[in-house]
Design a protein. Structure first.
Length: 304
């Protein structure tokens, strides 16, 4: 896969405080990456560094092979950005707003028109002043602005905050479509649950340090957190042999057994359980969530 963004050993200092510390990662074409972290962790600062709005104190950022702060304007045209709080001129209509940004970005304003449909902004709304827009409509307009000029890299800061579930789904559908076309999408978020299954990779930032970087599978493998296995027995008082093996099975009154199983025992145990098909009427496997992994990596960093 083509590398589109390279962040190499960057630090950012403001006066005495270092808000980004020795962060390195690479983003590739067609990859959707989530940047997650608490408030103040350094997510927006990293996005600003990739946009070239601020310079790293040490280290280097390359976007499509160039320094985004000094490189060719063509590189900046290939970068789309949705800020955390989109604020537009309330007196302008959606159409005027998009034309304004198209001129700033030096892209064809007529092509911009198609973006309204793409982001799901109703035709009747585009000529109304932005002041009459709901939060979701403003966010769609913001996204249309970020998509101007068909960027190869999209940097989206908290793009789904304040969106209702239907809009959020639309948003992720659009991201999936862009990913299929080879766009690199980096989105920062606090909403860990909604990111599961929607991003290829997760980078966890804490106090300016990248404490984890990988696919959900990678993070699960590194964290070695247990998987919860829940078995519904066909007969309430059945005593399957696999439930004696010192795994701390909890037995509910309704014939439900559950236990937290470490990764190295999981597959073997599942074989044993499913071989006992007559004894079981249900089986649920609950893998650690991104929330669990996030908590794990934060704790691991604190206790280091
Ligand atoms: N221009 C600045 N001058 C001084 N400190 C700054 C500046 N910009 C950001 N910071 C500090 O850097 C740290 C990281 O801020 P940043 O906005 O990157 O966090 P964030 O992860 O995006 O948080 P949030 O989720 O709240 O947006 C914070 O402690 C913030 O106060």
């Amino acid at each position: 896969m083509n590398e589109t963004v390279q962040v190499a050993g960057i630090a950012k200092r403001y006066g005495k405080s270092t808000v980004v510390k020795d962060v390195s990662f690479t983003l590739r074409a067609g990859e959707t990456v989530a940047l997650v972290g608490h408030n103040g962790a350094g997510k927006t600062t990293l996005i600003k560094l990739m946009l070239g709005l601020i310079r790293p104190t040490t280290g280097a950022v390359r976007v499509l092979g160039e320094d985004p702060a000094t490189g060719d304007v063509a590189v900046r045209q290939r970068l789309g950005y949705l800020p955390e709080s989109v604020s537009f001129n309330m007196a302008l209509s959606g159409r005027e707003t998009l034309r304004f940004y198209a001129r700033l970005k030096r892209v064809d304003a007529t092509a911009a028109e198609q973006l309204f449909q793409r982001v799901g902004l109703a035709a009747e709304a585009v000529d109304r002043p932005v002041r009459t827009y709901s939060k979701g409509m403003r966010q769609r307009l913001g996204l249309a602005q970020a998509l101007l000029g068909a960027p190869r890299i999209l940097l989206l800061d908290e793009p789904t905050s304040g969106l209702d579930p239907a809009l959020r789904r639309n948003f992720y559908d659009l991201i999936t479509e862009l990913r299929g076309k080879g766009t690199t999408v980096l989105l920062s978020s606090h909403a860990l649950t909604e990111l599961e299954g929607r991003t290829d990779r997760v980078i966890i930032i804490n106090n300016g340090v990248a404490i984890a970087d990988g696919t959900l599978e990678d993070l699960r493998r590194i964290a070695q957190l247990p998987t919860r296995i829940t078995v519904k027995l066909s007969e309430i008082d059945a005593a399957p042999q696999w439930a004696n093996g010192g795994m701390n099975w909890r037995r509910g009154a309704d014939g439900v057994l559950d236990a937290d199983i470490l990764p190295d025992r999981k597959v073997r145990l599942l074989h044993q359980i499913t071989a006992d098909a007559a004894l079981i009427s249900g089986l649920t496997i609950t893998e650690p969530t991104l929330d669990d992994l996030y908590a794990h990596f934060l704790k691991a960093q604190v206790t280091k």
